[in-house]
Ligand binder design. Structure first.
Ligand code: SF4
Length: 412
C-alpha cells in the first residue's frame, strides 16, 4: 500500500473524532475543505488558531464499538503507519507550512499498551529525532499502563481520553470492550500529573512540562438515550473533578447498521451546538448545570440559545438596570457578553448610560432590550403587560434553527 493510500484511509478515519474544533466541518466546495486532507483546526491556550494534521496511526481495531466505522466487524479498507512514516509525514507537512502541529489518534491494535507504545514512538521521533517543537495533541488509550500515559504526558501538549458515551450503561451496551474505570483512571492520572507538574515548575523552571495544554474529552450526542441535562451535569462534574480544558460534543453520525443504535433522520447538529453553548455558559459565565437545565427541563431549547432560555424561565431576575447591576448580573442578560459587560462598567463610571449608548458598547439589543432598563425605562419598545415574551421574541425573529446558521456568538 502506498503512503498516499494510507493517508487517504487514516485521514478519513480520523474525521469522526471531534476533539479538534473544526472536526465536524462538512462543508461543500473545493476550497478550504481541510477535513478531507486530514487537517483540522484547534485553539492554543493563547487563543491562536492552529492547524493540525489529524490522523490515525492505525484503523485496525480489536474492539467493536457499535457506532464506529473502524470497529473490527466492519469490512472497510485497513491501514497502519509505521512510527517512522507518520513522523516523517508530519515533518514534511510542517516544512511545507500545511500544518503547525499533530493530532494523533489510533484504533486499538493488539492491545492498549502496544497501541500507546507505538503512538509514543511517533512522538519521540518527532521530538527527539526531528527536534519538532510544535503542538501535539494525543489520544490516551483507555486501559494502557499508567507508565505509558506518564511518558506520553511528558512529550505532548495535550492528552485526551474519550468518554464517548454519557453513562456506564450505554458504554456497556454500545462499547462493550471499554469500561468506565479504564477511561476514568487515565483521566485521574493526567490530572494529578498536571497538578504535580505545576508545583514542580514553581520550584524549578527547568522541570519538564507535563501536558501543558491540559486534557480534554469527547462525548457522542444522540447515540444513546441520555438527556442534555444528564450530559451537562456529567460535563460539569468532569470539569470540576478532572480539571478538563474542554469537553467536545459530537453529534452522532450513523455509519453502521446496528440494532443497538437509534434511527435518526439526520445527525443532531442543533443539539450538539446548543450543548456547546450551554457548556460555554458553565465554563465562562458562572452558570451551574442545574440552572441551565433544572430537573423539569431535561433538554435544551432548540429555538433559543441556553442563556435566553434560562432568562425566559427566570423572568423574576429581570429587568436588570444597566446603570447599577453587578458584573455577574449583566453577564446573565441575553445579548450582553463579557466584553460588553466590561464596557458597561467602564462607561457608567464616567456618566449614566442611555439606551442609545448600549449598541455602541456591543450589546445585542435585539435580545437584550427585553431584559434591561436604562435609568428605570425599558431599553426598547415597552412590553405589553402580561405578554408572552417567548412568543413575542419568536415573532421578532426566531433563533436560527439550521446548524449552518448557528454560531457561538448566539449565546451572548
Ligand atoms: S476502540 Fe471503538 S471507537 Fe475506538 S477505533 Fe476501536 S471500535 Fe472505534
Amino acid at each position: 500500500m502506498t503512503l498516499q493510500e494510507k493517508i487517504g484511509i487514516l485521514g478519513a478515519a480520523a474525521r469522526y473524532d471531534a476533539s479538534c474544533a473544526s472536526s465536524g466541518s462538512r462543508r461543500s466546495g473545493d476550497v478550504g475543505r481541510a477535513s478531507v486532507s486530514g487537517i483540522c483546526h484547534s485553539w492554543a491556550d493563547d487563543g491562536r488558531c492552529i492547524s493540525l494534521l489529524k490522523i490515525l496511526l492505525s484503523n485496525c481495531c480489536i474492539y467493536d464499538c457499535a457506532y464506529c466505522i473502524n470497529r473490527r466487524s466492519n469490512d472497510v479498507p485497513r491501514a497502519s503507519f509505521t512510527a517512522e512514516e507518520l513522523a516523517d509525514l508530519t515533518i514534511q507537512f510542517y516544512r511545507r507550512n500545511y500544518i503547525e502541529g499533530l493530532f494523533l489518534s489510533s484504533a486499538v491494535f493488539g492491545s492498549p499498551d502496544l497501541t500507546m507504545e507505538q503512538m509514543i514512538r511517533v512522538v519521540m521521533k518527532l521530538r527527539r529525532d526531528h527536534r519538532f517543537g510544535g503542538y501535539i495533541h494525543m489520544k490516551a488509550i483507555p486501559g494502557a499502563n499508567p507508565d505509558l500515559i506518564r511518558r506520553a504526558g511528558l512529550l505532548v501538549d495535550r492528552l485526551s481520553v474519550n468518554i464517548e458515551l454519557p453513562s456506564e450503561q450505554s458504554l456497556k451496551q454500545l462499547a462493550p470492550d471499554k469500561s468506565k474505570d479504564d477511561i476514568l483512571k487515565p483521566m485521574t492520572l493526567i490530572k494529578s500529573g498536571i497538578v504535580e507538574n505545576r508545583a514542580e515548575r514553581k520550584q524549578s523552571k527547568k522541570a519538564p512540562h507535563f501536558v501543558p495544554a491540559g486534557q480534554s474529552t469527547q462525548l457522542i450526542v444522540g447515540a444513546s438515550p441520555e438527556s442534555d441535562r444528564h450530559i451537562l451535569n456529567l460535563s460539569e462534574n468532569l470539569y470540576q473533578r478532572y480539571q478538563l480544558k474542554r469537553v467536545y460534543y459530537s453529534a452522532f453520525v450513523p455509519v453502521n447498521e446496528d440494532g443497538r443504535l437509534p434511527t435518526l433522520a439526520a445527525p443532531p447538529l442543533v443539539r450538539e451546538h446548543r450543548l456547546y453553548q450551554a457548556d460555554w455558559l458553565i465554563r465562562k459565565y458562572g452558570f451551574e448545570a442545574e440552572e441551565v437545565l433544572p430537573e423539569q427541563t431535561p433538554f435544551l431549547d432548540e429555538q433559543f440559545d441556553p442563556k435566553t432560555a434560562w432568562a425566559l424561565r427566570n423572568l423574576q431576575a429581570f429587568p436588570v438596570e444597566v446603570n447599577r447591576a453587578e458584573f455577574e448580573q449583566l453577564l446573565r442578560v441575553p445579548g450582553i457578553g463579557h466584553v460588553s459587560a466590561q464596557r458597561i462598567l467602564a462607561s457608567r463610571r464616567i456618566s449614566m448610560l442611555r439606551v442609545e449608548d448600549l449598541p455602541k458598547l456591543g450589546v445585542v439589543m435585539k435580545r437584550a432590550r427585553f431584559f434591561v432598563t436604562c435609568s428605570g425605562a425599558y431599553a426598547g419598545a415597552a412590553i405589553p403587560r402580561g405578554a408572552d415574551l417567548r412568543r413575542l421574541m419568536l415573532a421578532e425573529g426566531p433563533a436560527p434553527a439550521s446548524s449552518q446558521q448557528l454560531t457561538l456568538a448566539g449565546i451572548l
